[in-house]
Design a protein around this ligand. Structure first.
Ligand code: ADQ
Length: 462
């Protein structure tokens, strides 16, 4: 790929996933597309695994910005992606050190891939380009770029939670983590809770010293750790929901519809959610409405053992709930594992009376925001949200639950199903304001503004 350093001030984004064709509407991938369409620049992501991996980038498309992939061998896909990223960092950062699978060679594979990405960036980056690294797949890229002499402004946004100081001890590379972070100019996290954890971990590092206003200094560099809660394309999503095709669900006329939409993942708290629904069903009084809970959860990361286990647990729980409560004309729980199109999901959000967004740990959780954007403002549904979703820090007008406390979770379900229109509207108005104001554009602009102003902030402090 040609050196493009003659075009100063571009944005270079790195994310593991990159669309190989059209950009799907909504989600993070769409947000990156939007940011690059405005600023122009380069988007780098992983190619599909091949038997061998070479250095360099392969251009896969260009328009208002360029797209390129870095190569990944099948062995690296195993070690870097399925191994270190998804069997070490993901469980650890989601507060599940018990699920860690530390395999020899996986970290080396992660380091090799991070180094390859850094070399590729170093080759094409002009001195004024902003480099924006997305997520836990690339924690070492900035350090490698600094080792190669790059002085560009580099930002990292971590989409997942930050581990607490105790859990992080289970990371074999824990001693290296502060240096990985310090190689960036801005480290963006989803919530204040995450910033507190990161600060706490850095306080234990002898070389890191806290300045103020989110700034740290380490080994001669100044960097900041701040929260930038991610948003959605609220306006676009609301339009999709209002236009969405109506799906025939064959529910009884007044049956409340409860809805869950998640990637099948142990962090999403699906078994706990099923248990709370089971308890709620057990406490229904005669004449109470007969709700249907529709859970959509397509499988993901099937090659990781923990994901096979959760799938089995869930199917067992679903079978037992329907076995105990179903009637000839009523199936209380419907569990759909098939992929469902985004516009159909938008229509289901709008139709649902209650959304269950109850992860045990989650960086933000965009489903909570999509549900709010999709509602009919005159007759909105109720959002039940776990305290452990990053979204709970902003969305205080939701019905907040502790997913580990089955009994109070079941009571919250009952309350949500019965909630009068006035209260539903009051809560919804507050949530809607937040989701539309702090949308995906707000997030992108806030992060990039902070990153591009870094130099000036640093000069002030010298
Ligand atoms: P995810 O873990 O993927 O993202 P989430 O924030 O809920 O979680 O986003 C999922 C997206 O996929 C949503 O846009 C949703 O509509 C869509 N989706 C979910 N289930 C679907 C289904 N069955 N069919 C079709 N689409 C489905 C990571 C972090 C989150 C963080 C985001 C963004 O784990 O905590 O909020 O990045 O930063």
């Amino acid at each position: 790929m040609a050196d493009q350093s003659d075009r100063p001030g571009r944005l270079i984004v790195v994310s593991n996933r990159i669309p190989k064709g059209d950009v799907p509407a909504g989600g993070l991938v769409f947000a990156i597309h939007e940011a690059l369409s405005g600023a122009g620049g380069l988007w780098i992501g992983a190619a599909d695994p091949t038997p061998r991996a070479d250095d360099g980038l392969t251009r896969i498309g260009s328009g208002t910005y360029d797209r390129a992939t870095f190569a990944l061998s099948e062995k690296e896909h195993h070690g870097y992606y399925l191994g270190y990223a998804n069997s070490v960092l993901w469980p650890l950062f989601h507060h599940r050190p018990d699920l860690l699978q530390i395999e020899e060679g996986d970290f080396e594979s992660y380091a090799v891939v991070n180094r390859r990405v850094a070399r590729a960036i170093a080759k094409v980056a002009g001195p004024d380009d902003l480099i924006w690294i997305q997520d836990y797949h690339f924690l070492m890229v900035a350090q490698e770029l600094r080792a190669q002499g790059l002085t560009n402004r580099i930002g990292l946004f971590l989409h997942i939670p930050f581990p607490n100081p105790t859990d992080v001890m289970a990371l074999p590379q824990v001693a290296a983590l502060p240096a990985w972070l310090a190689a960036h100019d801005v480290v963006g996290l989803q919530t204040m809770r995450d910033v507190t954890s990161a600060n706490e971990i850095l306080r234990h590092d002898r070389q890191s010293q806290m300045l103020n206003d989110g700034y740290w200094t380490r080994a001669g560099r100044v960097f900041s750790i701040l929260s930038f809660p991610i948003g959605i394309d609220a306006r676009g999503f609301a339009e999709t929901a209002a236009r969405a095709p109506r799906v025939e669900l064959q529910l009884a006329p007044d049956a409340p519809l409860l809805l869950g939409v998640d990637r099948l993942d142990y962090s999403k708290g699906l078994v706990h959610r099923f248990e709370a629904f089971d308890e709620y069903l057990g406490t229904r009084r005669p004449g109470d409405p007969r709700p249907t809970f529709l859970q959509i959860a397509p499988v993901s990361r099937e090659d990781v053992t923990a994901y096979q286990d959760i799938r089995e647990d869930l199917e067992r729980a679903a079978g037992s709930i329907n076995g105990a409560h179903a009637d000839l004309d009523w199936t209380p729980l419907r569990y759909v594992r098939r992929h469902i199109d985004r516009d159909v999901i938008a229509g289901l959000y709008r139709r649902a009376d209650v959304a269950l967004v109850t992860p045990l740990a989650d960086g933000m959780n965009l489903v909570a925001k999509e549900f709010v954007a999709a509602q009919d403002d005159d007759n909105p549904g109720v959002l039940i949200l776990s305290h452990f979703a990053g979204a709970a820090e902003q969305m205080k007008a939701a019905v907040l639950v502790n997913p580990f406390d089955t009994h109070s979770f079941a009571q919250a379900l009952d309350r949500a199903i019965r909630m009068p229109l006035k209260e539903r509207r009051q809560r919804h108005d507050e949530l809607r304001k937040l989701v539309f104001e702090k949308d995906i554009d707000w997030w992108t602009q806030t992060f990039l503004r902070r990153l591009s102003r870094t130099e000036r902030s640093l000069l002030r402090r010298r």
